[in-house]
Design a protein around this ligand. Structure first.
Ligand SMILES: C[S@@+](CC[C@H](N)C(=O)[O-])C[C@H]1O[C@@H](n2cnc3c(N)ncnc32)[C@H](O)[C@@H]1O
Ligand code: SF4
Length: 422
């Protein structure tokens, strides 16, 4: 009982700290003609490139990512514009070391995405290319065509439980448990890494159902399994609130860690088989800065968060008129930049204070004194030879903080979805 009360208090404290920090630091304003994300690139740096494909065959009610219902003609025009934006990036002689193609459903127009990936490889000579997909675009022939182009294919499954799939409106659209298993089995081991996305803490999800999901994913022998906690925000709360909230988040998280204990933890919700080279799932987690191209793409450069136009016509217009598609930004101060870097790095399991000082000449204690005191006092981390490591409890807490952070990002997305800034 006392432990429960302590946990509730800790959870409330974390939530209010993250919420306050987010609200006070993320102030989205319209960009001016002088703003240009490419002017914030450093010639000596190598970046992660994020590319957004905002199309889906069906719009799932729980998902708050930026997407439109697929329209073939619109997609052809979009990919053409996207390749134009990729060439603009190249004109700045930017070095790219990895690429994450997310959506939406990036494989929705096979011809166009392959043409785009080929261009990316030609211009940037990158091997680390990760691509998301829904389960409807993973035919054997398609995946074979991605050989040599895509290193990691991430398939959104969410759950293999038919009752849950029905609730998520995915059963009729993407197939039942048997169909999902058959589709994935058919394409494993073609690309270096196949990842399966699952969600935990779903409405009515039981321990037995989650256990079964994880066992199925393990038996599929995919190289990577990602387990997101269900994230809710103002953008999907109408759907999520129709169901009774699942109170088992913490218990489920520890269950996942236990079932996947033989896997390597890339970050708090991504697990890889030890044998494969690690490609990190969360594009923010091991890169401090990143460039986002495509409609709705986010970039984080020199302490600025830039947002590309959500509206496809405006995206095209801006690209042709000023070669940059940003419409809004938020600028962070030094402490906020340090906080964000600390959060993202610790999310992978540890933070090397000494290395951080040597690389950036920043004394973490000076900027995050209160935060460090608190997380040590609450036993979320322990320190060994200038490195902070997450404890078991800390791993769960970081999962909750990161999920809160993403949910808060929906507040930003809501501004563009509602058309307040186009
Ligand atoms: C942008 S989606 C693309 C996946 C692909 N379009 C699909 O539907 O299979 C990437 C992943 O985000 C996760 N996701 C989406 N909405 C979520 C939510 N509300 N809470 C937790 N995870 C979510 C899902 O696991 C999904 O596979
Ligand atoms: S979960 Fe995937 S298919 Fe469903 S709306 Fe989101 S991006 Fe589209």
């Amino acid at each position: 009982m006392i432990n429960n009360i302590k946990d509730v208090l800790i959870n409330n404290l974390i939530n209010s700290t993250v919420n306050k920090a987010f609200d006070s630091s993320v102030k989205i304003i319209k960009t001016s003609k002088e703003d240009n994300k490419f002017n914030h690139l450093n010639k000596d740096a190598s970046y992660l490139l994020y590319i957004h494909i905002p199309f889906c065959d069906n719009l799932c009610p729980f998902c708050t990512f930026h997407k439109y219902k697929y329209d073939h003609k619109k997609s052809i025009k979009y990919f053409k514009n996207l390749r134009k934006e990729i060439r603009v990036l190249k004109s700045y002689n930017t070095k790219i070391d990895s690429i994450y193609i997310g959506g939406g459903s990036p494989l929705i127009n096979e011809v166009e995405i392959i043409k785009t990936i080929k261009l990316l490889k030609e211009l940037f000579d990158v091997d680390d290319i990760s691509c998301e997909t829904d389960p409807n675009h993973i035919e054997l022939e398609t995946v074979k065509k991605l050989k040599g182009l895509v290193k990691r294919l991430s398939i959104g499954v969410q759950s293999f439980d038919n009752e849950i799939l029905k609730k998520l409106s995915r059963y009729d659209r993407f197939g039942n448990d048997k169909e999902l298993i058959r589709k994935i089995k058919n394409i494993t081991r073609i690309l270096p890494i196949t990842n399966v996305d699952l969600i935990f803490n779903l409405p009515n999800q039981t321990e037995a159902s989650l256990r079964k999901d994880l066992e199925i994913a393990k038996n599929l022998e995919v190289e990577q399994i990602t387990t997101y906690p269900l994230m809710s925000s103002t953008l999907n709360s109408k759907f999520i609130n129709r169901f009774q909230a699942n109170q088992n988040k913490e218990k489920f998280y520890y269950l996942i860690c236990d079932i996947l204990k033989d896997y390597h933890m890339n970050n708090m919700w991504s697990f890889s088989k030890e044998c494969v080279e690690i490609l990190n799932d969360e594009y923010v987690s091991n890169h401090n800065e990143y460039i986002g191209l495509g409609s709705g793409g986010f970039s984080y450069l020199e302490g600025n968060l830039f947002v590309n136009s959500y509206d496809l016509d405006n995206y095209e217009k801006l690209l042709n008129k000023r070669k940059d598609t940003i419409i809004a930004k938020s600028t962070f101060n030094k402490k906020e930049v340090i906080q964000y870097y600390f959060l993202c790095t610790l999310f992978s399991g540890s933070f090397n204070i000494k290395k951080y000082y040597e690389t950036f000449n920043i004394d973490l204690e000076k900027y995050l004194k209160k935060e460090l005191f608190l997380i040590k006092k609450l036993d979320f981390v322990y320190e060994k030879e200038d490195v902070l490591y997450l404890t078991k409890k800390g791993q769960y807490v970081l999962t909750v903080i990161m999920a809160n952070f993403y949910s808060k990002m929906d507040k930003v997305r809501a501004i563009f979805k509602s058309g307040q800034i186009v």
